[in-house]
Design a protein around this ligand. Sequence first.
Ligand code: GLU
Length: 390
Amino acid sequence: MRLADRLDRVRASQTQQVLVAVERLRQQGVEVIDLGAGEPDFPTPDHVKIAAAAAIEDNFTKYTAGAGIIGLREAIATHYAERYGAAYDATGVVVTAGGKQALYNIAVALFGPGDEVITHVPGWPSIVEQVHLAGAEPVGVRTSAEEGFELRAESVLEALTPRTRGIVINSPANPTGAVMSETELHRLADGLGDRDVWVILDLCYEQLIYDDTPHNLPGVLRDRLGDRAVLVGSASKSYAMTGWRCGWLLAPVAVAEAANAVQSHSTSHATSITQHATLAALTGPQACVAAMRDEYRTRRDTLFDWMNSDARFQVVRPAGAFYLFPDVSELLSPDERRTSADLALALLNEAHVAVTPGEAFDAPGFIRVSYAASMEQLREAWTRIQQFLG
Ligand code: GLU
């Protein structure tokens, strides 16, 4: 069977494969604790569900404009203006089927053969694969556990070549939870000068920052590189809406139009019902977001303390998102579990705890443990891991 050449370079999403493995075991009746999937365990807030039901009742079940209903595009623009002072007109906003589609539209709209796109490693695999799908070349800049996986402007600037067309930054980052500092983003803007390079900021975890660190990256980016910047966001993590598939991008109008043109030939638009639900999420009460964030913070601190007190796990306390990303090389050996992928598989099959191997993020020797699970599940998972490891 002959597939398109581009598939030689593209692998199916490894983060999604963990979901499939868990599902398979559950179907066999195994009771798996899933710390693999990167998604909130909380239900979608009630007022959002009610808005979706009302949308169905009111027959908002037809096509919408490709870039989304205008009320939602305005609400998204308002969100970034009010939170970060990053002013965008609604015409620069495109609503997408998840943050992933926003990033994909942008990759296809801005990058092509011969172009290099810099991103940070360890990092979310879809960023790299989308660059491949666009025909361009991803260039990884490695961040280190010793520096808390913080992205330094200097390392990005060192990776620039005449072929660099874009830089994709995810902050807080999946899988490390690291938040890029405003100072580093200023340094990056200084170093870029007037170079013709796009900076794409993936803010999917923006509402999940637990410590008091200045993190107005959208504001800094809009001010310093507004004509070359794209912001990407999502309802998935902030409002526990992963399955609804709603994301968005904010960009200079010509870029938004290009991204919308790409989308117009694939999904057309995000689901009409989802758009109404997301409008309710963004404009309704925000106490639910704060409550979920507080709970994630408690879980982060608890799981971090447990893990940190076991010398076999080298773990950094993350500033955001909902993952711990420990170095587990102490637990690997040539004759038993050679790789972190072997370890993750053994944890799944023998301890019935799903985690994501670091290999998925181009970081062998690490595992990603999601704390988007109840305290009870985390306690049970940690007990199982300890028993398994002996
Ligand atoms: N973002 C989530 C994760 O990293 C969901 C899976 C995916 O879409 O890649 O686990």
